[in-house]
Design a protein around this ligand. Structure first.
Ligand code: NAD
Ligand code: TYD
Length: 339
Protein backbone atom coordinates (compact mmCIF):
# COMPACT_ATOMS: atom_id res chain seq x y z
CA UNK A 1 0.00 0.00 0.00
CA UNK A 2 1.46 3.36 -1.06
CA UNK A 3 -0.15 6.61 0.09
CA UNK A 4 0.77 10.05 -1.21
CA UNK A 5 0.21 12.63 1.51
CA UNK A 6 0.31 16.21 0.20
CA UNK A 7 1.05 19.06 2.61
CA UNK A 8 2.70 16.59 4.99
CA UNK A 9 5.28 19.13 6.19
CA UNK A 10 2.47 21.25 7.66
CA UNK A 11 0.55 20.92 10.92
CA UNK A 12 -2.13 18.28 10.33
CA UNK A 13 -0.37 16.50 7.46
CA UNK A 14 2.72 15.79 9.58
CA UNK A 15 0.61 14.51 12.47
CA UNK A 16 -1.22 12.29 9.96
CA UNK A 17 2.08 10.85 8.70
CA UNK A 18 3.14 10.03 12.27
CA UNK A 19 -0.26 8.48 12.96
CA UNK A 20 -0.20 6.32 9.81
CA UNK A 21 3.35 5.08 10.45
CA UNK A 22 2.23 3.90 13.89
CA UNK A 23 -1.12 2.51 12.82
CA UNK A 24 0.07 0.90 9.55
CA UNK A 25 3.86 0.42 9.73
CA UNK A 26 3.78 -1.67 6.54
CA UNK A 27 2.47 1.21 4.38
CA UNK A 28 4.76 3.29 2.19
CA UNK A 29 4.15 7.02 2.75
CA UNK A 30 5.25 9.57 0.17
CA UNK A 31 4.99 13.17 1.31
CA UNK A 32 4.64 15.77 -1.44
CA UNK A 33 5.04 19.33 -0.15
CA UNK A 34 6.05 22.66 -1.67
CA UNK A 35 7.55 23.83 1.65
CA UNK A 36 5.82 27.20 1.69
CA UNK A 37 6.25 29.40 4.77
CA UNK A 38 3.94 26.90 6.56
CA UNK A 39 5.89 23.77 5.69
CA UNK A 40 8.96 22.77 7.70
CA UNK A 41 11.28 19.88 7.05
CA UNK A 42 12.35 19.94 10.69
CA UNK A 43 8.81 18.79 11.49
CA UNK A 44 9.46 15.56 9.60
CA UNK A 45 12.97 15.01 11.02
CA UNK A 46 12.04 11.85 12.93
CA UNK A 47 10.79 10.04 9.78
CA UNK A 48 12.96 11.60 7.09
CA UNK A 49 15.52 8.80 6.76
CA UNK A 50 13.26 5.95 7.78
CA UNK A 51 12.43 3.08 5.41
CA UNK A 52 8.91 3.31 3.99
CA UNK A 53 9.00 7.10 3.90
CA UNK A 54 9.92 9.46 1.10
CA UNK A 55 9.80 13.25 0.93
CA UNK A 56 9.39 15.06 -2.41
CA UNK A 57 9.49 18.85 -2.68
CA UNK A 58 6.91 19.84 -5.30
CA UNK A 59 3.93 22.09 -5.90
CA UNK A 60 0.54 20.37 -6.28
CA UNK A 61 -0.20 22.90 -9.06
CA UNK A 62 2.80 21.66 -11.07
CA UNK A 63 1.11 19.09 -13.33
CA UNK A 64 4.33 17.71 -14.78
CA UNK A 65 5.95 17.01 -11.40
CA UNK A 66 2.76 15.59 -9.92
CA UNK A 67 2.18 13.25 -12.86
CA UNK A 68 5.85 12.16 -12.82
CA UNK A 69 5.58 11.28 -9.12
CA UNK A 70 2.37 9.31 -9.65
CA UNK A 71 3.97 7.45 -12.58
CA UNK A 72 6.90 6.50 -10.39
CA UNK A 73 5.06 5.67 -7.15
CA UNK A 74 1.73 4.30 -8.50
CA UNK A 75 -0.06 5.25 -5.27
CA UNK A 76 -3.09 3.34 -3.98
CA UNK A 77 -4.41 6.35 -2.09
CA UNK A 78 -3.90 10.11 -2.04
CA UNK A 79 -4.73 12.35 0.92
CA UNK A 80 -4.68 16.07 0.15
CA UNK A 81 -3.74 18.32 3.04
CA UNK A 82 -1.79 20.80 0.89
CA UNK A 83 -3.42 24.19 1.08
CA UNK A 84 -3.03 27.80 1.97
CA UNK A 85 -4.76 27.56 5.33
CA UNK A 86 -4.82 30.91 7.14
CA UNK A 87 -7.98 33.06 6.92
CA UNK A 88 -6.14 36.30 7.77
CA UNK A 89 -3.66 35.77 4.92
CA UNK A 90 -6.53 35.06 2.51
CA UNK A 91 -8.00 38.45 3.37
CA UNK A 92 -4.66 40.12 2.54
CA UNK A 93 -3.97 38.18 -0.67
CA UNK A 94 -6.64 35.79 -2.01
CA UNK A 95 -4.93 34.81 -5.31
CA UNK A 96 -2.63 32.07 -4.03
CA UNK A 97 -5.56 30.53 -2.14
CA UNK A 98 -7.52 30.07 -5.36
CA UNK A 99 -4.50 28.66 -7.15
CA UNK A 100 -3.31 26.12 -4.57
CA UNK A 101 -6.60 25.17 -2.99
CA UNK A 102 -8.70 24.84 -6.17
CA UNK A 103 -6.38 24.31 -9.14
CA UNK A 104 -3.96 22.19 -7.12
CA UNK A 105 -6.86 19.92 -6.16
CA UNK A 106 -7.76 19.58 -9.84
CA UNK A 107 -4.20 18.56 -10.77
CA UNK A 108 -4.14 15.88 -8.05
CA UNK A 109 -7.50 14.47 -9.10
CA UNK A 110 -6.46 14.41 -12.77
CA UNK A 111 -3.38 12.42 -11.75
CA UNK A 112 -5.60 10.06 -9.71
CA UNK A 113 -7.77 9.45 -12.78
CA UNK A 114 -4.77 8.90 -15.04
CA UNK A 115 -3.15 6.37 -12.70
CA UNK A 116 -6.33 4.66 -11.41
CA UNK A 117 -5.85 5.61 -7.75
CA UNK A 118 -8.30 3.65 -5.55
CA UNK A 119 -9.07 6.54 -3.17
CA UNK A 120 -8.66 10.31 -3.26
CA UNK A 121 -9.36 12.02 0.05
CA UNK A 122 -9.88 15.76 0.29
CA UNK A 123 -9.21 17.33 3.68
CA UNK A 124 -11.72 20.14 3.90
CA UNK A 125 -13.04 22.37 6.65
CA UNK A 126 -16.23 23.23 8.51
CA UNK A 127 -15.66 26.81 7.32
CA UNK A 128 -17.36 25.88 4.02
CA UNK A 129 -20.68 26.04 5.95
CA UNK A 130 -20.18 29.69 6.91
CA UNK A 131 -21.02 30.46 10.51
CA UNK A 132 -23.75 29.91 13.12
CA UNK A 133 -25.32 32.53 15.38
CA UNK A 134 -23.99 32.86 18.93
CA UNK A 135 -27.48 32.74 20.47
CA UNK A 136 -28.59 29.42 18.93
CA UNK A 137 -26.54 26.70 20.64
CA UNK A 138 -29.02 24.15 19.29
CA UNK A 139 -27.79 24.70 15.70
CA UNK A 140 -24.88 22.58 14.42
CA UNK A 141 -23.34 21.98 10.97
CA UNK A 142 -24.40 18.68 9.42
CA UNK A 143 -23.22 17.32 6.06
CA UNK A 144 -26.52 18.65 4.63
CA UNK A 145 -25.91 22.24 5.77
CA UNK A 146 -25.71 24.46 2.66
CA UNK A 147 -22.31 25.80 1.58
CA UNK A 148 -22.21 29.51 2.51
CA UNK A 149 -18.68 30.84 2.72
CA UNK A 150 -17.34 34.00 4.36
CA UNK A 151 -13.62 34.37 3.57
CA UNK A 152 -11.54 33.86 0.43
CA UNK A 153 -10.03 30.88 2.29
CA UNK A 154 -13.36 29.18 2.92
CA UNK A 155 -14.58 30.03 -0.59
CA UNK A 156 -11.50 28.33 -2.06
CA UNK A 157 -11.99 25.23 0.10
CA UNK A 158 -15.69 25.07 -0.81
CA UNK A 159 -14.83 25.40 -4.52
CA UNK A 160 -12.43 22.48 -4.19
CA UNK A 161 -15.13 20.40 -2.46
CA UNK A 162 -17.57 21.07 -5.31
CA UNK A 163 -14.90 20.04 -7.80
CA UNK A 164 -14.25 16.81 -5.89
CA UNK A 165 -17.97 15.95 -5.97
CA UNK A 166 -18.06 16.77 -9.69
CA UNK A 167 -15.09 14.45 -10.39
CA UNK A 168 -16.82 11.72 -8.41
CA UNK A 169 -20.10 12.05 -10.29
CA UNK A 170 -18.76 12.77 -13.78
CA UNK A 171 -15.65 10.59 -13.87
CA UNK A 172 -16.44 8.08 -11.12
CA UNK A 173 -13.38 9.19 -9.11
CA UNK A 174 -13.49 7.24 -5.82
CA UNK A 175 -13.28 10.33 -3.64
CA UNK A 176 -14.21 11.19 -0.07
CA UNK A 177 -14.26 14.55 1.72
CA UNK A 178 -13.89 15.32 5.43
CA UNK A 179 -14.90 18.65 6.94
CA UNK A 180 -13.21 19.25 10.21
CA UNK A 181 -13.42 21.85 12.96
CA UNK A 182 -10.42 23.78 14.35
CA UNK A 183 -7.50 21.48 15.18
CA UNK A 184 -4.87 22.05 17.86
CA UNK A 185 -1.81 20.11 19.01
CA UNK A 186 1.92 19.64 18.18
CA UNK A 187 3.51 21.38 15.16
CA UNK A 188 0.71 23.97 14.82
CA UNK A 189 2.12 26.97 12.94
CA UNK A 190 2.41 29.99 15.28
CA UNK A 191 0.20 32.28 13.18
CA UNK A 192 -2.90 30.45 14.46
CA UNK A 193 -4.71 31.31 17.70
CA UNK A 194 -3.50 28.67 20.17
CA UNK A 195 0.25 28.51 19.32
CA UNK A 196 0.40 32.28 18.84
CA UNK A 197 -1.02 32.86 22.33
CA UNK A 198 1.26 30.25 23.94
CA UNK A 199 4.39 31.70 22.33
CA UNK A 200 3.46 35.34 23.03
CA UNK A 201 2.55 34.53 26.63
CA UNK A 202 5.89 32.78 27.17
CA UNK A 203 7.62 35.99 26.02
CA UNK A 204 5.27 38.21 28.10
CA UNK A 205 4.09 39.83 24.87
CA UNK A 206 0.54 41.19 24.35
CA UNK A 207 -2.08 38.57 23.45
CA UNK A 208 -4.06 40.05 20.54
CA UNK A 209 -7.70 38.97 20.81
CA UNK A 210 -9.84 40.01 17.84
CA UNK A 211 -12.97 42.02 18.66
CA UNK A 212 -14.28 41.03 22.08
CA UNK A 213 -13.10 37.44 21.89
CA UNK A 214 -16.67 36.11 21.89
CA UNK A 215 -16.38 34.09 18.66
CA UNK A 216 -16.74 30.36 19.20
CA UNK A 217 -14.73 27.51 17.63
CA UNK A 218 -15.17 23.74 18.11
CA UNK A 219 -11.65 22.52 19.05
CA UNK A 220 -10.43 19.06 18.05
CA UNK A 221 -7.14 17.50 19.14
CA UNK A 222 -5.18 16.78 15.96
CA UNK A 223 -4.61 13.07 16.71
CA UNK A 224 -8.39 12.53 16.83
CA UNK A 225 -8.65 14.13 13.38
CA UNK A 226 -5.90 11.87 11.98
CA UNK A 227 -7.66 8.79 13.33
CA UNK A 228 -10.89 9.89 11.64
CA UNK A 229 -9.18 10.30 8.26
CA UNK A 230 -7.56 6.88 8.61
CA UNK A 231 -11.03 5.38 9.18
CA UNK A 232 -12.58 7.23 6.23
CA UNK A 233 -9.78 6.02 3.94
CA UNK A 234 -10.37 2.41 4.87
CA UNK A 235 -14.10 2.27 5.59
CA UNK A 236 -15.69 5.47 4.25
CA UNK A 237 -17.94 5.35 1.21
CA UNK A 238 -16.75 7.08 -1.99
CA UNK A 239 -18.84 10.12 -2.87
CA UNK A 240 -19.55 10.88 0.80
CA UNK A 241 -18.77 13.85 3.00
CA UNK A 242 -17.93 13.25 6.69
CA UNK A 243 -18.00 15.99 9.33
CA UNK A 244 -15.38 15.70 12.10
CA UNK A 245 -15.68 17.74 15.29
CA UNK A 246 -14.46 17.82 18.85
CA UNK A 247 -17.67 18.52 20.82
CA UNK A 248 -15.56 21.24 22.37
CA UNK A 249 -17.04 24.65 21.76
CA UNK A 250 -15.04 27.47 23.34
CA UNK A 251 -15.02 31.25 23.08
CA UNK A 252 -11.67 32.66 22.00
CA UNK A 253 -11.34 34.71 25.16
CA UNK A 254 -11.78 31.58 27.28
CA UNK A 255 -9.08 29.77 25.32
CA UNK A 256 -6.67 32.64 25.88
CA UNK A 257 -7.52 32.82 29.59
CA UNK A 258 -6.89 29.07 29.91
CA UNK A 259 -3.47 29.44 28.28
CA UNK A 260 -2.37 32.31 30.54
CA UNK A 261 -3.60 30.43 33.60
CA UNK A 262 -1.77 27.23 32.63
CA UNK A 263 1.43 29.22 32.03
CA UNK A 264 1.08 31.24 35.24
CA UNK A 265 0.97 34.55 33.33
CA UNK A 266 -1.20 37.60 34.13
CA UNK A 267 -4.48 38.25 32.26
CA UNK A 268 -3.28 41.82 31.80
CA UNK A 269 -1.34 40.52 28.76
CA UNK A 270 -4.69 40.14 26.95
CA UNK A 271 -5.17 43.00 24.46
CA UNK A 272 -8.35 43.47 22.43
CA UNK A 273 -7.51 44.46 18.85
CA UNK A 274 -9.47 45.31 15.69
CA UNK A 275 -11.74 42.49 14.59
CA UNK A 276 -11.09 40.27 11.54
CA UNK A 277 -13.07 41.37 8.46
CA UNK A 278 -16.13 39.16 7.95
CA UNK A 279 -15.24 37.27 11.16
CA UNK A 280 -17.28 34.04 11.45
CA UNK A 281 -19.15 34.00 14.75
CA UNK A 282 -19.44 30.35 15.62
CA UNK A 283 -18.51 26.94 14.23
CA UNK A 284 -20.01 23.77 15.69
CA UNK A 285 -20.00 20.31 14.14
CA UNK A 286 -22.55 17.54 14.29
CA UNK A 287 -20.36 14.45 13.84
CA UNK A 288 -23.20 11.91 14.13
CA UNK A 289 -22.61 10.47 10.65
CA UNK A 290 -18.98 9.42 11.16
CA UNK A 291 -19.91 8.18 14.64
CA UNK A 292 -22.75 5.99 13.43
CA UNK A 293 -21.21 4.81 10.16
CA UNK A 294 -17.57 4.38 11.12
CA UNK A 295 -17.65 4.30 14.92
CA UNK A 296 -15.45 7.38 15.36
CA UNK A 297 -15.58 9.59 18.45
CA UNK A 298 -13.15 12.27 19.64
CA UNK A 299 -11.09 10.85 22.53
CA UNK A 300 -9.11 13.82 23.86
CA UNK A 301 -11.05 16.29 26.01
CA UNK A 302 -10.05 19.94 25.87
CA UNK A 303 -8.45 20.12 29.34
CA UNK A 304 -6.16 17.20 28.52
CA UNK A 305 -5.51 18.37 24.94
CA UNK A 306 -4.55 21.93 25.83
CA UNK A 307 -2.20 20.75 28.60
CA UNK A 308 -0.49 18.34 26.21
CA UNK A 309 -0.22 21.09 23.60
CA UNK A 310 1.26 23.63 26.01
CA UNK A 311 3.71 20.98 27.26
CA UNK A 312 4.71 20.25 23.66
CA UNK A 313 5.50 23.93 22.98
CA UNK A 314 7.50 24.14 26.22
CA UNK A 315 9.49 21.06 25.18
CA UNK A 316 10.02 22.07 21.53
CA UNK A 317 11.25 25.61 21.76
CA UNK A 318 13.87 24.99 19.03
CA UNK A 319 11.13 24.12 16.55
CA UNK A 320 9.09 27.31 17.00
CA UNK A 321 12.03 29.65 17.70
CA UNK A 322 13.46 28.87 14.26
CA UNK A 323 10.09 29.60 12.66
CA UNK A 324 9.42 32.88 14.41
CA UNK A 325 12.95 34.16 13.81
CA UNK A 326 12.49 34.43 10.02
CA UNK A 327 9.77 35.76 7.71
CA UNK A 328 7.27 35.42 10.57
CA UNK A 329 8.62 38.69 12.05
CA UNK A 330 7.51 40.62 8.94
CA UNK A 331 4.15 38.87 8.95
CA UNK A 332 3.62 39.70 12.61
CA UNK A 333 4.56 43.36 12.17
CA UNK A 334 2.23 43.68 9.16
CA UNK A 335 -0.78 41.97 10.75
CA UNK A 336 -0.50 43.22 14.32
CA UNK A 337 1.74 46.31 14.14
CA UNK A 338 -1.05 48.90 13.80
CA UNK A 339 -4.03 46.79 14.74
P1 NAD B 1 -0.66 24.22 7.25
O1 NAD B 1 -0.76 25.60 6.69
O2 NAD B 1 -0.02 23.99 8.58
O3 NAD B 1 0.12 23.28 6.20
C1 NAD B 1 -0.09 23.33 4.83
C2 NAD B 1 1.01 22.52 4.16
O4 NAD B 1 0.74 22.52 2.74
C3 NAD B 1 2.42 23.12 4.32
O5 NAD B 1 3.34 22.10 4.60
C4 NAD B 1 2.71 23.75 2.97
O6 NAD B 1 4.09 23.79 2.64
C5 NAD B 1 1.93 22.83 2.04
N1 NAD B 1 1.55 23.50 0.78
C6 NAD B 1 0.97 24.71 0.62
N2 NAD B 1 0.80 24.98 -0.68
C7 NAD B 1 1.27 23.90 -1.37
C8 NAD B 1 1.37 23.58 -2.75
N3 NAD B 1 0.94 24.43 -3.70
N4 NAD B 1 1.89 22.38 -3.10
C9 NAD B 1 2.33 21.51 -2.16
N5 NAD B 1 2.28 21.78 -0.83
C10 NAD B 1 1.75 22.96 -0.45
O7 NAD B 1 -2.16 23.66 7.20
P2 NAD B 1 -2.92 22.68 8.21
O8 NAD B 1 -3.46 23.47 9.33
O9 NAD B 1 -2.06 21.49 8.47
O10 NAD B 1 -4.15 22.24 7.30
C11 NAD B 1 -4.08 21.11 6.46
C12 NAD B 1 -5.39 20.97 5.72
O11 NAD B 1 -6.47 20.84 6.64
C13 NAD B 1 -5.74 22.17 4.85
O12 NAD B 1 -6.30 21.70 3.65
C14 NAD B 1 -6.77 22.94 5.66
O13 NAD B 1 -7.65 23.63 4.81
C15 NAD B 1 -7.47 21.81 6.39
N6 NAD B 1 -8.06 22.15 7.70
C16 NAD B 1 -7.29 22.70 8.68
C17 NAD B 1 -7.88 22.96 9.93
C18 NAD B 1 -7.06 23.52 11.06
O14 NAD B 1 -7.61 23.76 12.15
N7 NAD B 1 -5.76 23.72 10.92
C19 NAD B 1 -9.22 22.66 10.15
C20 NAD B 1 -9.97 22.11 9.12
C21 NAD B 1 -9.37 21.84 7.90
P1 TYD C 1 -7.47 30.84 13.70
O1 TYD C 1 -6.56 30.03 14.56
O2 TYD C 1 -6.89 31.77 12.69
O3 TYD C 1 -8.48 29.78 13.01
P2 TYD C 1 -9.84 30.06 12.15
O4 TYD C 1 -9.88 31.46 11.70
O5 TYD C 1 -9.65 29.10 11.02
O6 TYD C 1 -10.96 29.69 13.06
O7 TYD C 1 -8.42 31.71 14.64
C1 TYD C 1 -9.25 31.10 15.62
C2 TYD C 1 -10.08 32.20 16.25
O8 TYD C 1 -9.21 33.05 16.99
C3 TYD C 1 -10.79 33.09 15.24
O9 TYD C 1 -12.07 33.44 15.76
C4 TYD C 1 -9.91 34.33 15.15
C5 TYD C 1 -9.30 34.42 16.55
N1 TYD C 1 -7.95 35.00 16.62
C6 TYD C 1 -7.68 36.04 17.51
O10 TYD C 1 -8.57 36.51 18.25
N2 TYD C 1 -6.40 36.55 17.56
C7 TYD C 1 -5.40 36.08 16.78
O11 TYD C 1 -4.25 36.61 16.84
C8 TYD C 1 -5.68 34.99 15.88
C9 TYD C 1 -4.61 34.43 15.00
C10 TYD C 1 -6.96 34.47 15.85
Amino acid sequence: MTIIVTGGAGFIGSNFIFHMRNAHPEYRIVCLDKLTYAGNLSTLAEVMDKPGFRFVKADICDRESVFALFAEERPDMVVNFAAESHVDRSIEDPGIFLKTNILGTQVLMDACREYGVARYHQVSTDEVYGDLPLDRPDLLFTEETPIRTSSPYSASKASADLLVMAYHRTFGLPATISRCSNNYGPFHFPEKLIPLMIINALADKPLPVYGQGLNVRDWLYVEDHCRAIDLILHKGRPGEVYNIGGNNEKRNIDIVKTIVRELGKPESLITFVADRKGHDLRYAIDATKIGTELGWQPETGFDEGIRKTIRWYLDHEDWWRTIISGEYQNYYAKMYGNR
